[in-house]
Design a protein around this ligand. Structure first.
Ligand code: HEC
Length: 122
């Protein structure tokens, strides 16, 4: 009898701890808009002309930010650096023949911050 009760107890303890870790995981990963990198990059993107050609979910003149995030998920730092440089230099050929206009007044830091925001949108 004692053994039976302690197995039951152990079982419910395990259940409770699983549920708790499940919850904390969910609340930690859901709201990407609270990420400081999101806030910083989004503020820069809003100030610039990016949103005239890019939308988060849909293709406009440029690819959607979601598509960009998916394409470059798991890229190396060097690859991401090259993509951030492309925001400054502009260019075509990766997504089609329509070119992105250059943004020569953008600093390298700001272009990287914008890209970090885009990468969070996958
Ligand atoms: C005139 C329209 C236009 C504007 C403005 C624009 N983009 Fe783009 N963007 C494009 C197009 C078109 C492409 C696809 C280029 C290609 O196929 O190589 C693109 C591609 C990109 C890519 C992916 C580059 C690659 O090589 O995969 C990123 C990142 C990006 N844009 C970010 C931005 C940011 C950040 C801004 C604001 C500073 C911005 N874009 C402003 C049209 C635009």
């Amino acid at each position: 009898m004692f053994r039976y009760v302690s197995i039951l107890l152990l079982g419910s303890l395990l259940l409770v701890s699983c549920a708790e870790s499940g919850n904390s995981k969910a609340s930690g990963s859901v709201d990407v808009t609270q990420d400081p990198a999101y806030k910083k990059g989004f503020a820069l993107v809003k100030q610039s002309d990016c949103l005239t050609c890019h939308q988060v979910d849909a293709k406009g003149i440029g690819p959607s930010y979601k598509a960009i995030a998916q394409k470059y998920a798991g890229s190396t730092d060097a690859q991401l650096y090259a993509v951030s440089k492309k925001i400054i230099k502009g260019g075509a050929g990766v997504w089609g023949q329509i070119p992105m206009t250059p943004h020569p007044t953008l600093s390298s830091e700001d272009a990287q911050a914008m890209l970090q925001y885009i990468l969070l949108l996958k």
